[in-house]
Design a protein around this ligand. Structure first.
Ligand code: GTP
Ligand code: MG
Length: 214
């Protein structure tokens, strides 16, 4: 649940970029921060070969009575940084799952999705659309990256891989190196998290809306 300071009426929403190593998380975040005209802050690991985490933030903007700031985080996908990922996932409000579209990356994409769900469940959280009503749902947006490469999985093949036909999570295809669809995916994740925050604070916007069938 987003952090809200009721003295200053400020809220923070944390969006985490998750996905296997080399999928393009850092490239996505760097492109997005350029567009936001902010810098990516980095905390290198002790061995200096990878980054412990990176994040950037948007300007605050008013939503209802709150000033909302969005923080975008990413973290290394290699197996050895699992503990780091566990820490960085604390208080996540929304996830952009950056998948590598190359065929050979299919098993690593699935491993990281499982890894994400396991680490979230340890925090009492699940991905929205997944069945486990004991856990708190957070939104997820899929980003199929590296669509410029030749040997990539067709979009429908990837949808089937992740089970998207029965899991209505937003999905974008793109190219982080060229910035294609990066802003759209980031905004979708941020908007879904903001909607959740507003519902928590003000109640469902439209009482007549279709009931949540999760
Ligand atoms: N062709 C192509 N290459 C990409 C794309 N996005 C990222 N890359 C390249 O893929 C490599 C890995 O990208 P990163 O952004 O460092 O990947 P990461 O997900 O942060 O990886 P870890 O931090 O190790 O988990 C880099 O050489 C990028 O330039 C893309 O859309 N197309
Ligand atoms: Mg990275």
């Amino acid at each position: 649940m987003a952090y809200v300071n009721w003295v200053t009426y400020e809220a923070q929403i944390k969006v985490v970029y998750y996905g296997p190593a080399y999928a393009g998380k850092t490239t996505s975040l760097k492109y997005f921060s350029l567009r936001l005209e902010t810098e990516v802050k980095e905390l290198p690991t002790a061995d200096d070969r990878s980054v412990f985490f990176e994040y950037t933030q948007s300007e605050q903007f008013p939503a209802k009575n709150l000033q909302v700031k969005f923080l975008y985080w990413t973290l290394p996908g290699q197996q050895k940084y699992r503990r780091t990922r566990h820490l960085v996932l604390a208080a996540t409000d929304s996830v952009v799952f950056v998948a590598d579209s190359q065929y050979e990356a299919a098993p690593r994409n699935l491993e990281m999705l499982n890894d994400l769900e396991e680490l979230l469940s340890e925090r009492g959280v699940r991905l929205e659309g997944r069945q486990n009503l004991a856990l708190q749902p957070i939104p997820i947006v899929f980003f199929y990256n590296k669509r410029d490469l030749p040997d990539i999985m067709p979009v429908q093949y990837m949808d089937a891989l992740f089970g998207l036909p029965s899991w209505p999570a937003p999905r974008f295809t793109g190219e982080a190196t060229a910035g294609k669809n990066i802003v759209r995916a980031a905004n979708a994740a941020a908007t879904l998290a903001l909607k959740k925050l507003e519902e928590k604070i003000y109640g469902p916007e439209n009482q007549d809306a279709r009931p949540d069938t999760e």
